[in-house]
Design a protein around this ligand. Structure first.
Ligand code: UDP
Length: 330
């Protein structure tokens, strides 16, 4: 059985679905602060999914999961706050929750001799890029508390590996987009801060205008370049990481991105094309903390995990849109 913390959230739920499709039993642990119980109910249709409502900040909550499910043999850890801007305004919330929560999870794992973990890390651990594309040996100098928490956790995992033999795979995500191909689950944040759902939400007749943050960057059209990876492909990287650990793989870390960058304007145009709608756009000043360009070098994940992204950007925008149509009707 695999324990998935944060399995009611966007990326976690897609990973649970993939685990189910691979015939694995799953226990989802989530405090539902940003995840949705409806998502968990939906996931239960795809396999053996147990749910425990609890908070990683309560050691007894997470310890109780290991007491109840004695056959947990690995953990995939998503549960975290993940908004960069909020982390700058309220760093304490991020350090306590992300780092403190992970410490409790790791303590419970050690006490129960569960020594394999796949962890959601982020391109934000690299900070301002020194070169593009970014490979895994790029310096890790985060420029916001969110990235700091994820980097601290990577370091903690290295120390626990040396001292206790706890092996980890850290997946450093770039920008995640899209929804499950059958549109059972998708991205569901409140408030939504991400690019693609924000553009798509502007399609639905409440006069909402899409705000584009900055068109004076040093890029091909002046807007930021990001590497957009499909959420189903990303979920699959976790399954491969789990297999890597099960096959005795050492602690490791991988970029999960596509090696391709798109500008905000290109994404906007792709959304207009996919939806067939004219979307209202306002150019706003730059958002604090946004580097001009972030693109992954994913060679290591391809070579060692055998990970290959299968979805195109258009696939991702299509599924994101179809999911958004469902959300609007909720
Ligand atoms: N962005 C934007 N308008 C929005 C949301 C995002 O112009 O409503 C831009 C943002 O400034 C960045 C890119 O889209 O250049 C991707 O932002 P997102 O928040 O999706 O991901 P991040 O790169 O922060 O992880």
């Amino acid at each position: 059985m695999i324990l998935v913390t944060g399995g009611a959230g966007y990326i976690g739920s897609h990973c649970v679905m993939d685990l189910c499709k691979n015939g694995m039993d799953v226990v989802v642990f989530d405090n539902l602060s940003t995840g949705h119980i409806e998502t968990v109910e939906k996931l239960k249709q795809f396999g053996n999914v147990e749910f425990v409502h609890g908070d990683l900040l309560n050691f007894d909550d997470i310890s109780g999961v290991f007491n109840k499910y004695k056959n947990i043999n690995a953990v995939i850890h998503f549960a975290a706050f993940s908004q960069v801007g909020e982390s700058v305004e309220n760093p304490q919330k991020y350090y306590i929750n992300n780092v403190g929560g992970t410490l409790n999870l790791l303590r419970a794992m050690l006490e129960n001799k569960v020594l394999k973990i796949v962890f959601s890390s982020t391109a934000a651990t690299y900070g301002e890029p020194k070169y593009i594309p970014i490979d895994e040996s790029h310096p890790q100098i985060p420029i916001n508390p969110y990235g700091q928490t994820k980097l601290m956790i990577e370091h903690i995992m290295d120390d626990y590996n040396r001292a206790y033999g706890l092996r980890s795979v850290r997946l450093r995500y770039f920008n995640v987009v899209g929804a499950d191909d059958d549109i059972n689950i998708g991205e569901w944040h409140n408030p939504e801060t991400h690019l693609v759902p924000n553009i798509l939400k502007s399609c639905f007749g409440d006069g909402k205008v899409f705000n584009l943050f900055g068109d004076d960057y040093d890029t091909r059209d002046g807007t930021c370049v990001r590497d957009y990876v499909n959420v189903v492909d990303l979920a699959n990287a976790h399954i491969l990481a789990l297999k890597y650990l099960e096959n005795g793989g050492e602690t490791n870390f991988f970029n999960i991105g596509t090696n391709n960058g798109n500008t905000v304007r290109e994404i906007f145009d792709a959304c207009e094309k996919t939806t067939g709608k004219k979307i209202a756009l306002d150019v706003k000043p730059r958002r604090a903390g946004d580097p001009a360009t972030l693109v992954a070098d994913n060679t290591k994940a391809k070579n060692i995990l055998g990970w290959v992204p299968n979805h195109t950007l258009m696939d991702s925008i299509k599924t994101a849109y179809n999911w958004e149509v469902k959300l609007q009707n909720k």
